[in-house]
Design a protein around this ligand. Structure first.
Ligand SMILES: NC(=O)c1ccc[n+]([C@@H]2O[C@H](COP(=O)([O-])OP(=O)(O)OC[C@H]3O[C@@H](n4cnc5c(N)ncnc54)[C@H](OP(=O)(O)O)[C@@H]3O)[C@@H](O)[C@H]2O)c1
Length: 241
């Protein structure tokens, strides 16, 4: 699977497997399936309440830890205690370090994301996280963060798919050296039936899910649709009965 290099030199597998809405009791098996299919990048979050299942799958796999890239995210209500929240996520995952830790949402009404970032910078310096980033940050949130940040975010994970491309924000991120990571790349399924997507799929003898897959239409990392059985060749197969 192709990899991208983040602004601190860390490489990230371009296509990730997201576990949003995967029930805790199904997460280990789901992640084991993803790893067996070839995924090496798993995207979870404290808010998904399934970090333990991700960790159990990693613990049970024979794949070397350094060959798996794990992202998790700081829960909105824990921005005032990011260090403690991170340690809870790290322990739930059963890991010595996390590859990418993101502020899940800026929640500007709390006024805490700059403080959270400073705590994340310390965790990064302590080598407990290989790269730190943000998610759902709009232009003004990035501006505010960068006024006092010592470290430029490696990633901004944002909703991005054919019918919602956020080109201006994506361009700004890239100009700042922030990698754009697409979430909901299929538009939660809605983009799979779009005219342009269907035409491109027909022209290239591909599935519409392949057309929406970021590896095929834009140079961004992505989380994959969680409830579906993955196939590393690019096909996204219906979930198992
Ligand atoms: N940072 C954030 O705030 C944030 C927010 C959202 C998501 N994410 C990340 O992005 C990942 C993926 O996002 P997502 O699950 O919201 O959206 P998505 O990947 O765009 O869409 C997933 C949905 O698309 C449908 N689908 C998938 N493959 C299909 C196919 N081949 N044919 C027809 N329909 C298909 C399924 O819907 P049905 O089950 O309804 O059929 C599936 O639940 C998440 O797991 C998470 O890691 C991050």
């Amino acid at each position: 699977m192709s990899e991208l290099t983040l602004n601190n030199g860390v490489t990230i597998p371009q296509l990730g497997f997201g576990v949003f809405q995967v029930p805790p009791e199904d997460t280990q098996r789901t992640v084991e399936d993803a790893l067996a299919a070839g995924y090496r990048h798993i995207d979870t979050a404290a808010a998904y309440q399934n970090e333990e299942g991700v960790g159990a799958a990693i613990a049970d796999t024979g794949i070397a830890r350094e060959d798996i890239f794990i992202t998790t995210k700081l829960r909105n209500g824990e921005q005032g205690r990011a260090q403690e929240a991170f340690q809870n996520s790290r322990k739930a995952l059963g890991l010595d370090y996390v590859d990418l830790y993101l502020i899940h949402w800026p929640v500007p009404s709390q006024g805490l994301y700059v403080q959270a970032w400073k705590e994340m910078e310390r965790l990064y310096e302590n080598k407990e996280i290989r790269a730190i980033g943000v998610s759902n940050f709009l232009s003004d949130h990035l501006d505010t963060l960068l006024e006092s940040a010592e470290i430029v975010p490696a990633v901004n994970q944002i909703e991005l798919h054919p019918s919602y491309q956020q080109a201006e924000l994506a361009g700004k991120c890239r100009s700042l050296g922030i990698e754009v990571e697409a979430y909901s790349p299929l538009g939660q399924g809605a983009d799979l039936n779009g005219n342009a997507v269907t035409s491109i799929a027909t022209a290239h003898n591909a599935t519409t899910a392949q057309v929406c897959s970021p590896g095929t239409w834009r140079p961004a990392t992505s989380s994959s649709p969680s409830p579906w059985t993955p196939d590393v060749s690019g096909k996204i197969l219906p979930r198992r009965p």
